[in-house]
Write a protein that binds this ligand. Sequence first.
Ligand SMILES: [Zn+2]
Length: 222
Amino acid sequence: MLQHLARLGIAPADVDYLMFDHLHTQDLRRWIGTTGPQADLGGTVEPVFPNAKVIVQRHELLAMTQLHPLQRPWYQPETYRDVRPDAFLAVDGSLVLGPGVAVVETPGHVYGNQTLVLNTSTGIWASSENAIATECLTPEHSRMPGVARWARTWQQEVVLNANTIETTADQNNSLIIEKTLVDRDQSDPRFLQFFPSSELTASWANPGTTPTFTHKAIRHTA
Ligand SMILES: [Zn+2]
């Protein structure tokens, strides 16, 4: 990320906002600094982004203050217990951050899940972890074994990232909203400009899960 910012000519001190679709497994300490020493990081951590606020849904911040036992393995409290509290910007629901950039509330995977939505030269993109592959939004075009058949058999319009432990039905509705918001891919209109924040990639170690289509990156000219 830091190399990418350097290529764009953006200094870390000029970054105003950081955002994740949710905070499972995110270790924020290096990004926003800590208020006390961290045994595994050799002392109190100075922030990489001293002026940035982490945009997070208030729902998620509240849930993190007293984790449900099933959530503990996903959140790893030791990675955020001592981060600077003033580095969070709690928001309620969807909002426009600036021209062409919005946060859309997409509850389900966690109550405070959110999606980054961008309007670019190629049209509208959305990025979240609600699905692990772009073809999960148009499963009828998937060549991954079982995906199209499963969607057809169960009359499902989308195929979810399935490790949800809160409200799966809400996550389904959220993914339908994302599907509705985004434009089609310009090179292959069977697939949409939904960028999975943990995009499935082919691996010899996982036979049968090679995606039919991947974005690899969001590319645009403005
Ligand atoms: Zn998660």
